[in-house]
Design a protein around this ligand. Sequence first.
Ligand SMILES: Cc1cc2nc3c(=O)[nH]c(=O)nc-3n(C[C@H](O)[C@H](O)[C@H](O)COP(=O)(O)OP(=O)(O)OC[C@H]3O[C@@H](n4cnc5c(N)ncnc54)[C@H](O)[C@@H]3O)c2cc1C
Length: 442
Amino acid sequence: MSVSASESPVPARPLPAAADVVVIGGGVAGVSTAYYLARAGVSVVLCEKGRVAGEQSSRNWGWVRQQGRDVRELPLMIESLRCWHDLARQVDEDIGFTVGGVTYLSETEADLARHEAWLASVKEFQLDSRMLSPAEVDAMLGRTDRRFLGALHTPSDARAEPAKAVPAIARAAERLGAVVLERTAVRTVDREGGRIAGVVTEHGRIACRSVVLAGGVWSRPFLENIGLSLPQLAVKSSVLRTSPAPKLCESTFGGVSASIRPRQDGGYTVARSGASRFDIIPAAFTHFRAFTPVLRREWRKIKLRFGRPFFDALGQRSWREDQMSPFEAIRVWDPEPDHAVLDDVMRAARSLYPQLADAQPVERWAGMIDVTPDEIPALGPIDAIPGLFIATGLSGHGFGIGPGLGYAMAQMVRGEPTFIDLSMLRYARFQEPGGIRSAAEA
Ligand SMILES: Cc1cc2nc3c(=O)[nH]c(=O)nc-3n(C[C@H](O)[C@H](O)[C@H](O)COP(=O)(O)OP(=O)(O)OC[C@H]3O[C@@H](n4cnc5c(N)ncnc54)[C@H](O)[C@@H]3O)c2cc1C
C-alpha cells in the first residue's frame, strides 16, 4: 500500500469562523452536496483532508449508469442522470460527459437470465434498456463469431471523466460561493446541548448548524469516534488504462472477465467487476454478521487477507479533538494495484474486445471502495445528533449517483422534502430488526 501522507499541515486557505453547513469530504458526494447547497444560497464550507477527488471519485471507471442498479436506488439514479446533463452545461468546463450507452455482455446462459430478470424487474421505470441479439452484439463489437448469447443495453446511460468531473463541480461550487478547503481534515464534530454546533478541524473550529459527513471509507471511523456505528467496510479494486486504440462504438461494455470504457484520451479504462481485495480490520469482526450474505455471494472474486489497514488508520477507533486523527495520517489513500489481477484482466479484454488487440496498458491504480451490507448508500439525518447528516456507503456505484445524491442532500439539509422518496436509504435501517436486506430480498 502506498500512502501519500500528510503533505502539508498548512491549509490552502484561511479557515472561516462560521458557515451554515460544513460538508466533510471532497468526493463526488460531498462536492455535489456543496454545489447544490451553494446554488440554493446556503453558506457552505467543504473540508477535504487531502485533495478534491483524491480517493474513489477520481479512481473509478467513469460509468454513469442506470443499468443493473438495485431498484431501491434506481429512482435516485434516474434523477442523477438528469443532474449530470445539467451539470455538463452548468459547470462550464469539459467533464467528458458523453451519452454513449452501457452494454452488459451475456457470455453464459446464467448471464443472459440475470440480465433478462433485471430488465423485467425495472419495467415500471420505463427505461430505454433492452436485450440485444447475438448479431447486434457482434455488430457493435466488430466481431462475426457469435461469441455472445446477447447483451443488456441502455442507450441513455453515459460516462464522464472522473478526474475532471468532480474537481470541475467543486470549482463551480466555489464560483457560487462555497468555500472548498483542501488539506483540512475534520477531526470531530462539536456539540452544544446535544446538537451540532460546529466541527473541529486540524486547523481550528468552524461553527455551523449542520454537518454532512461524506467521507467515503473514512465515514465509519469518524462516526465510531463519536459513539455511532456504521456497518461499512473497505475493499480494494484495481484498474488500468491503455494507450489509444480504435473505437468501434460509443458504448461502455461490461463482461465477467473484463469491462471497458472509452476514454477521452483515445484509450480505454479496463477492469474486472468484483475483483476486489478485502483487508480484514477490527470493524470486519464487529460487522461480520451483517456482511455474511455479501461475502458468501462474492467470495470467489474477493481475496481476504489480514492487511496493513488492520493496524493503521482505518483500524483506529478513538482519538481526541486535540490529537492527530487518522484522516491526517493518510491524506490521500493510494493503494497498490493488484498487478496479477490486472495482467489477467488485460489478457481477457484483448480476447473479448477486438479493438484492444494492440492496446498497451500505460497506467495502473487502485481505489478503496466503501461498502454497506446491503450495497446501497446511507443518506440522511442521524437522529441521535440533530444537525448531523450522512451521505456515504455508495458501495462501488456512487460516481453516477453522486450528483442526484448531492441535490437530495441539499434539500434535506435545508429542511425541504426531497424530490424523491429516499426512506429506503435511511441510516436508521442498520439499527432496525430486518432493516438490512439484499437486493433480492427487497
Ligand atoms: C476502482 C473503482 C471503480 C469504480 N467505478 C465506478 C463507476 O464506473 N461508476 C460509479 O458510479 N461508481 C464507481 N465507483 C464508485 C465511486 O467511485 C464511489 O462510490 C464514489 O466516488 C464515492 O464518492 P464519495 O464522495 O462517497 O467518496 P470518496 O470519493 O472516497 O470521497 C471521500 C472524501 O472524503 C475525504 N475525507 C474523509 N474523511 C475526512 C475527514 N474527516 N476530513 C476531511 N476529509 C475527509 C477523503 O479524503 C475523500 O476525498 C468505483 C470505485 C472504484 C474505487
